[in-house]
Design a protein around this ligand. Structure first.
Ligand SMILES: C[S@@+](CC[C@H](N)C(=O)[O-])C[C@H]1O[C@@H](n2cnc3c(N)ncnc32)[C@H](O)[C@@H]1O
Length: 204
C-alpha cells in the first residue's frame, strides 16, 4: 500500500477525479483505444508533479487491460522523487516509471514509446507560458497512438479555454469538455478549483 497523503484534501480530490474521468469518458461515448480487448495499455502523465493521481489513472484508463504501463514526466526532480517513492509498489498488473524531463522536449527521450493510448495532463498551466505549453501539447499528440486520447484538466475557466483553443489549433479534435461542478474551490486564487474542467481530445 502506498503511504497516506499528508494533505487532508487529497483523498477526497482523487475520489472526485476518478468520478469525473470515468463519467466524462462514459458520456463522451469515445472508447478507450482498442476497447476492452487490448491487453496492454500505455499511459503518459505529463507535467505530473508528485503524480498523486497515478492509481486513479491506472483504474480509469487501464480498465480491461491485462497490463498497464504508466510513464510520468515532470521538470521538477523533487516531485518526481516523491512520485517514485510513493508508487514503487503498485498492483501486480501495473508498472510506473517517473522521469525528470522537460515535457516540451519529449523528442529528446529516445527510449520513450511513440504509441501511448492516453496522454493525461492534470492542472495544465497554459497561461504560465503559452509557447511551452503549446509545445507540450504538440509533443503529447505526437506520442499518441492513432486512436489515442489526450485528456486534460484545468484549474481556471480562462486557462481551460486557452488550452482548448491551442490544442484544437494543433489539429486535435475536441471530443468533449465539461465543467466539474463538484470541484473543490481553492482559497489561494479567485475562481480556481481542483479539476474544475476536464476535456478529451482525439487525434485528427
Ligand atoms: C499546476 S502543476 C500540476 C502538477 C500535477 N499535474 C498536479 O495536478 O498536481 C504544473 C506542473 O507542470 C510542471 N511543468 C512546468 N513546466 C514543465 C515542463 N516544461 N515540462 C515538464 N513539466 C513541467 C511543473 O513542475 C508542475 O509540476
Amino acid at each position: 500500500m502506498p503511504p497516506k497523503f499528508s494533505n487532508v484534501h487529497t483523498d477526497g480530490d482523487l475520489t472526485q477525479l476518478r468520478e469525473l474521468l470515468a463519467g466524462t469518458l462514459e458520456q463522451s461515448g469515445v472508447p478507450l483505444p482498442n476497447g476492452s480487448t487490448k491487453r496492454f495499455r500505455n499511459l503518459l502523465n505529463l507535467a505530473c508533479g508528485r503524480a498523486d493521481e497515478t492509481a486513479v489513472l491506472a483504474d480509469v484508463f487501464g480498465q480491461g487491460a491485462e497490463n498497464i504501463h504508466l510513464t510520468g514526466v515532470d521538470i521538477r526532480a523533487r516531485e518526481i522523487g516523491e512520485a517514485q517513492e510513493r508508487w514503487k509498489h503498485l498492483q501486480g498488473n501495473t508498472q510506473a516509471d517517473f522521469l525528470v524531463q522537460d515535457a516540451s522536449k519529449l523528442s529528446d527521450l529516445r527510449e520513450l514509446d511513440n504509441h501511448f493510448d492516453v496522454a493525461f495532463m492534470r492542472h495544465q498551466n497554459f497561461w504560465n507560458g503559452d509557447t511551452t505549453w503549446s509545445k507540450i501539447y504538440d509533443e503529447a499528440l505526437h506520442r499518441l497512438d492513432h486512436d489515442g486520447l489526450l485528456v486534460i484538466t484545468s484549474y481556471f475557466d480562462r486557462e481551460h479555454q486557452l488550452a482548448l483553443d491551442a490544442i484544437q489549433g494543433l489539429g486535435a479534435q475536441l471530443v468533449c469538455s465539461q465543467r466539474n461542478h463538484a470541484s473543490r474551490v481553492l482559497t489561494d486564487a479567485r475562481n480556481k478549483s481542483v479539476d474544475r474542467h476536464v476535456a478529451i481530445f482525439k487525434k485528427p
